[in-house]
Design a protein around this ligand. Structure first.
Ligand SMILES: O=C(O)C(=O)C[C@H](O)[C@H](O)CO
Length: 317
């Protein structure tokens, strides 16, 4: 029986083999992407039982996603095959510095059409935690409505809710709708995980503590503001707060998926009843591992690999 439920859209990812703009490069490697998928893979590798609810096509790209999910113990009857709609595709370029450019072909995908009726397929009885990101709410009005319904059902069943803002402006009709919706979802969560820049855009505030307070005063129990190499700032309703130092990374190769790795550390810590600062330290470590690899999820560690990384890597910028 699964402890964690994830709902989202898996993507076929083509990541470039050569540096340069997507218009210029010719060689790509095929992989799997999607924020919730990445979190699911990370948790599964750390030994947790995870369920993942989505819809994929019945064509070869859908087969590819299904097989990749099977390999990561994420395939289950919660994956519905939809004969008339495609899966989403994402391209990602290779950069020497900064964030890679991502390009989506996902409008009208099978997953983007998920509704409240799909949420009704979830058996909440044994679940401990539901994790959601801001991406599904961007995909269609019906999926957006389903996200609020998922949160309501999860809360009624006594599940913890972790929420990662994961802002993707290109997927939203407008920035105003993105900010409004993400804030509405965030204040319903127990543990909210914004990046510093995301928090600044969402609240109009500047510092990590101001951002944390914004959500704490609106009912969130714990806020963890991610600040890349600087580490992460965590503050709770009881006013306990701490800046948890990050790990030294020699070369940042690709930042996409680092936030999902971070969420894995937090959720794993909650499930294993670690203290929040301990969970944040693991989250920083998994984020640091992620940024050193081009795939969105292939480097996600096992517990042994995580331990090794922490033992062999210095803290600091
Ligand atoms: O799901 C998306 O929209 C993506 O951008 C795919 C990536 O794997 C993911 O978001 C990384 O967080």
């Amino acid at each position: 029986m699964a402890d964690v439920m994830l709902v989202g859209e898996p993507l076929v990812l083509f990541y470039a083999q050569e540096y340069g703009s997507l218009a210029e490069v010719n060689h790509f490697t095929k992989g799997l992407a999607g924020a919730e998928v990445n979190v699911g893979i990370g948790l599964s590798r750390l030994g947790h039982q995870v369920s993942y609810l989505t819809k994929i096509s019945t064509d070869e790209m859908g087969d590819y996603i299904y097989q990749a999910l099977e390999k990561e113990q994420l395939a289950s009857p919660y994956i519905l095959r939809e004969p008339t709609l495609p899966v989403g595709i994402m391209y990602k370029n290779k950069v020497k510095e900064g964030d890679p450019k991502t390009l989506y072909y996902r409008k009208g995908s099978a997953a983007s059409k998920m509704t409240k009726a799909d949420i009704d397929r979830i058996d909440f009885s044994q679940l401990k935690l539901v994790h959601l990101t801001g991406i599904p709410a961007a995909l269609s009005p019906e999926f957006r409505e389903a996200c609020f319904y998922l949160i309501q059902q999860a809360k009624e069943s006594g599940c913890l809710l972790t929420f990662d803002s994961n802002l993707r402006p290109s997927l939203w009709e407008s920035e105003a709708l993105m900010i409004q919706t993400i804030n509405e979802l965030a204040v319903l969560s127990d543990i909210f995980l914004p990046g510093l820049e995301e928090g600044q855009l969402l609240t109009g505030l500047t510092t990590t503590e101001e951002i944390a307070d914004y959500y704490l005063t609106r009912g969130v129990s714990h806020v963890v503001v991610k600040n890349g190499a600087q580490g992460a700032f965590v503050k709770s309703q009881n006013q306990e707060k701490q800046l948890v130092e990050g790990f030294l990374v020699e070369k940042v190769v690709d930042t996409v998926g680092a936030g999902d790795g971070f969420a894995v550390g937090i959720i794993d810590g909650l499930l294993r009843k670690l203290s929040l600062p301990e969970a944040v330290e693991n989250a920083n470590a998994i984020g640091a591992i992620q940024v050193q690899h081009v795939s969105d999820n292939e480097a996600l560690p096992t517990l042994v690999e995580l331990q090794e990384f922490k033992e062999n890597t210095q803290r600091g910028r």
